[in-house]
Design a protein. Sequence first.
Length: 252
Amino acid sequence: MSCPTRSFEIPDVNSTGAANWSGSANGIDVNGNVANCYVTNSWGALSPHNGTNLLFMQAITPASGPVTPPDTHLLSDQFAVGAGLSYAVSFYAANPVKLNGANPQYRVRFYDASHGLVYEQWNSFASAGSTWTQFAQTHSAPGNAAFMELFFMQALGAGNNFDWVTLLDDVKVVDTTAVPVNTTNVLSAALSPAVGITWKSGVGSTYTVQSSPGVAPAVWSPLGANVVGTGTNTVSDTVTGSKKFYRVLEDN
């Protein structure tokens, strides 16, 4: 089953400006916190990791007075998945502003066919620095899963003058069941003894290499296709245990 790339390149008129994503309201919330979540084409010195857009999240608490931690979040639309399959979730993140404490986290949820919650898992990506860092983890869909959802949250603390910026880009979900991630095909190989026939050749000239089981009488057979001279040429032949003789004929 193919899953969509859940990134930020398709514009929309929703709160984030990106199709398939919704976010917390932009501006100042009812508790006096600044909470922003929207698409932009750059932030400071950082450009999108890929494409033309990145997702900007920021929370700032008031300079004084009691603080209720702001709720800055980003939620994907639900999308179809296959029960029992494995899905690799990956994205790039950066935290170029870290003034006091926050814990950026993402949540993976699976739902059944009636959109009832059947599984969720939280993961922190607070280790992201001021430049792009990739985060990736594989999740197995439960046996009754039919839909999947991603949720990003910037959990800011409850102190004054807290300011935290999180940038996101290249959010992807890949079904790894049919095509495992980072898997190399291993091919078995059998070694056979061989002989090499090497000769000085004229550049551009054409040669035929022939073999024969004997010289009296000689029955010559071509050993592969004609060879174009490069100055020095080598043709190999597998050794089968029987005696063979070789000769090289210049065709032109």
